[in-house]
Design a protein. Structure first.
Length: 90
C-alpha cells in the first residue's frame, strides 16, 4: 500500500498532465486554424495577382490593335471591329 502522500502526488501529476495536454491541444488547434486562414488568404492574393496580370495582357493586346472592342464604349465602331476580325493576323 502506498502512503496517502504518494497517492496525492500521483493524482496531482495525472491532473497536471491532463491539464497540460488540454491546453497544448487547444494551442495546436489555434495555430492550425491560423495557418489555414493564412493559406487561404495567400491563395486569394495569388488569384488576384494572376487576374491583374491577365487583365493587363488583355488590355495591352487590345490597345495595340487600335480598335475599341467594348460595345458599350462611345468610341466603338462596328465596322472597324469587324474589319479587324477579318484581317489576317501577322
Amino acid at each position: 500500500m502506498a502512503s496517502p502522500l504518494v497517492k496525492y502526488l500521483r493524482w496531482g501529476a495525472l491532473g497536471a498532465g491532463v491539464l497540460y495536454g488540454y491546453t497544448h491541444y487547444n494551442s495546436l488547434l489555434q495555430r492550425a486554424d491560423q495557418n489555414k486562414k493564412q493559406e487561404e488568404y495567400d491563395r486569394y492574393e495569388r488569384l488576384i495577382a494572376k487576374a491583374k496580370q491577365e487583365y493587363a495582357q488583355l488590355k495591352g493586346a487590345q490597345s495595340s490593335s487600335g480598335v475599341v472592342t467594348d460595345p458599350d464604349s462611345p468610341q466603338f465602331d462596328l465596322e472597324k471591329y469587324l474589319l479587324s476580325l477579318e484581317s489576317p493576323k501577322a
